[in-house]
Design a protein around this ligand. Structure first.
Ligand SMILES: Nc1nc2c(c(=O)[nH]1)N[C@H]1C(S)=C(S)[C@@H](COP(=O)(O)O)O[C@H]1N2
Ligand SMILES: [Mo]
Length: 195
């Protein structure tokens, strides 16, 4: 949004707190790949090294982040590769409706295909002109500013194309499957219909 408005029930945090489940992984460039797999149009998986990802055309995005626990941080400037660009390089099969975004240690978040192709959904390498720090998701973090923070995996390693929806890490643990912060609905029991 970037206009100073916060979603319902959110309060502004001081600075940029670090919040995630589990340890911060160490980046090993020689072992690192970004994979696209599952229901690709070609039937084959795709894989890129980190150097190949950073060579893709990048965009700058100013975004606010909203954690479902009730804190928001505003005015982040992210630089990175639009997620839509990756979908152009590795097209999904026609019946793909959702993706699972996978991170180190098995963290995952399910997204509608339309969340991924949104022009504000970016695989960020930089924040406010500096490389992302490890605790904020280096080397690659999915930024999905129109959804609660748990839909944006730090330490992104893969995109799985799915022909139907499946719940990710927090979605399996009682958090809302859609995660639109502007509805104020954080929990699975507030879902209108079974996913
Ligand atoms: N890999 C991974 N990514 C994650 C999480 C996590 O536990 N593991 N937590 C998410 C949640 S709930 C939030 S609110 C944001 C917090 O990002 P920050 O620490 O940069 O503020 O990271 C998201 N990405
Ligand atoms: Mo969060």
């Amino acid at each position: 949004m970037g206009d100073g408005m916060l979603p319902p029930g959110q309060r502004l945090a001081k600075g940029w707190p670090v919040s995630h489940y589990g340890p911060v992984p160490r980046f090993r460039p020689e072992r690192w790949t970004l994979r696209v797999f599952g229901a690709t149009a070609s039937g084959h998986p795709y894989s890129w090294t980190f150097d190949e990802v950073v060579a893709m055309p990048g965009v700058t995005l100013v975004a606010d982040l909203h954690c479902a626990s009730g804190t928001s941080t505003t005015g982040h400037e992210f630089y990175g590769v639009p997620a839509a660009a990756l979908l152009d390089l590795a097209p999904p099969a026609p019946d793909v409706t959702h993706v699972m975004a996978w991170a180190e240690y098995g963290y995952s978040a399910n997204l509608r295909l339309s969340d991924v192709t949104a022009d504000t959904t970016v695989m960020a390498t930089h924040h406010d002109g500096e490389p992302l720090t490890a605790e904020h998701g280096a080397p690659l973090r999915l930024v999905v500013p129109h959804l609660y923070g748990y839909k944006g995996p730090k330490w992104l390693r893969g995109i799985e194309y799915m022909t139907r929806d499946r719940r990710g890490f927090w979605e399996e643990r009682g958090y809302h499957n859609t995660a639109d912060p502007w509805t104020g609905k954080r929990h699975a029991y507030q879902e209108d219909e079974a996913p």
